[in-house]
Write a protein that binds this ligand. Structure first.
Ligand SMILES: *Cc1c(COP(=O)(O)O)cnc(C)c1O
Length: 314
C-alpha cells in the first residue's frame, strides 16, 4: 500500500499517485477524504488514515481507518473500514479485550469490515519493542480470525508494517501488505546498526535566481544584517523562502545547500541569498542533513514543502 498522505509527503499527491499506479501498486493510503477523492480513480482501494467519518456515502473503493470503539457508531451504514488495533503504541486503536465488542458493533451497524491493522511505535529503533508489538498483533490476528468465523463474517486483510517494519524484517510474515511511506520516497529511518538496502531520495528542491549584486567588505545582507561580507563579493537572491515551506534559517550557524555553499544571512519569506550568480541552485537532494540541522526528521522537511511549488518528474 503506497502511503501518499499529506500531498505524498510533500512530493505532490497526483504526480506520485500516477507513478505508483503506473508501477502497478493497487492500494494507497491518504490523510483525508479530500485526498482520497483526488486519486480514487487510480487504485483498487484507498485507505483514509486520519479523517473523521464522512456524513455522506463515498465511492466504494474508499475505506476509513476506524481508530476507536466509539467511532464505530459514527460511520454511515455500509462504510468500508479498517479497524485499528492498539498493540502498544497507545495512539489509536481498539485494545485486545474490546475486539469482540468492536466486531459485534461492526456487524450490528452494517459496516463493511475490510481489514484489521496496527501501527508500530519503534520499528526503526535498535530495541525489541517492534517484536513485542508484532507478537501482540499476531495474537490479535488469531482472535480476529476466530471471531469472524464465529459471527459469520467474511475474511479480511491484515496489515501492520510501515517502511521501517518492512525494511527491518524484509518480509510480510502472515500480513497481506505493508503500508509504505518514507521508503518509497527514498529514505530509511532504521537505526544504522540495522542493515538496510541502499535507497536514494527521489526529491530535490531547486530555486531560481531573482537578482545578483556585488557587495563590499563589511556590508551586511538580509533582515537584521546577520551576514557580513568579509571581502567584496557577488551575492544572488533565489526565489524560495520559508513561505514555501522550507524551514526558516535564522542566519546563525551554517546551513549548507546541495553544492556545499552556505545560505548567507536570514532566510526571507520568499527568498534567500547565497554567493555567486548561478541561474539556479539546488537547495537539497537529500533532506537528512537539513533534518539534522533543524533537529527534526526527514519526513518533516519534505512534507512541509508548499503544494504550490512546481513539481516535475525527470
Ligand atoms: C504514515 C503512516 C504509515 C507510513 O509510515 P512510513 O514510516 O512513512 O512508512 C503507515 N501507517 C500509518 C498508520 C501511518 O500513519
Amino acid at each position: 500500500m503506497a502511503v501518499l498522505k499529506d500531498n505524498a509527503y510533500g512530493h505532490g499527491l497526483e504526480l506520485m499517485a500516477n507513478l505508483a499506479s503506473t508501477y502497478g501498486l493497487q492500494k494507497a493510503a491518504v490523510k483525508n477524504l479530500q485526498e482520497a477523492k483526488m486519486i480514487s480513480h487510480l487504485f483498487d482501494e484507498i485507505l483514509i488514515l486520519a479523517d473523521h467519518p464522512a456524513t455522506q456515502a463515498v465511492s466504494s473503493n474508499i475505506s476509513f481507518a476506524a481508530h476507536a470503539f466509539e467511532t464505530l457508531l459514527l460511520f454511515p451504514k455500509g462504510t468500508a473500514i479498517h479497524l485499528s488495533i492498539d498493540t502498544g503504541m497507545h495512539r489509536n486503536g481498539v485494545r485486545e479485550d474490546k475486539i469482540e465488542a468492536a466486531i459485534l458493533r461492526i456487524k450490528e451497524r452494517g459496516l463493511n469490515l475490510k481489514g484489521i491493522f496496527t501501527h508500530f511505535r519503534s520499528s526503526d529503533e535498535l530495541n525489541s519493542e517492534f517484536f513485542w508489538q508484532q507478537a501482540n498483533f499476531e495474537r490479535a490476528k488469531v482472535l480476529v480470525k476466530e471471531l469472524l468465523k464465529k459471527h459469520g463474517l467474511p475474511s479480511i486483510a491484515f496489515h501492520s508494517c510501515n517502511s521501517a517494519g518492512l525494511l527491518r524484517t524484509q518480509s510480510l510474515g502472515s500480513d497481506d501488505f505493508a503500508r509504505c511511506g518514507i521508503a518509497m520516497y527514498g529514505y530509511t529511518t532504521l537505526h544504522p546498526m540495522i542493515e538496510t538496502p541502499a535507497l536514494k531520495p527521489v526529491l530535490s528542491l531547486w530555486a531560481q535566481k531573482l537578482s545578483t549584486r556585488t557587495i563590499k567588505q563589511g556590508e551586511r545582507v538580509g533582515y537584521g544584517g546577520i551576514y557580513e561580507a568579509t571581502c567584496d563579493e557577488v551575492i544572488s537572491t533565489y526565489d524560495i523562502g520559508y513561505g514555501d515551506g522550507f524551514f526558516r534559517f535564522d542566519g546563525h550557524g551554517e546551513l549548507f545547500l546541495a553544492n556545499q555553499q552556505t545560505i548567507k544571512g536570514r532566510m526571507s519569506m520568499d527568498s534567500f541569498c547565497t554567493g555567486g550568480d548561478a541561474q539556479e541552485i539546488c537547495m537539497f537532494e537529500d533532506a537528512t542533513a537539513l533534518a539534522k540541522h533543524f533537529r527534526t526528521i526527514s519526513y518533516e522537511i519534505i512534507t512541509k514543502l508548499s503544494p504550490t511549488l512546481k513539481r516535475v518528474v525527470i
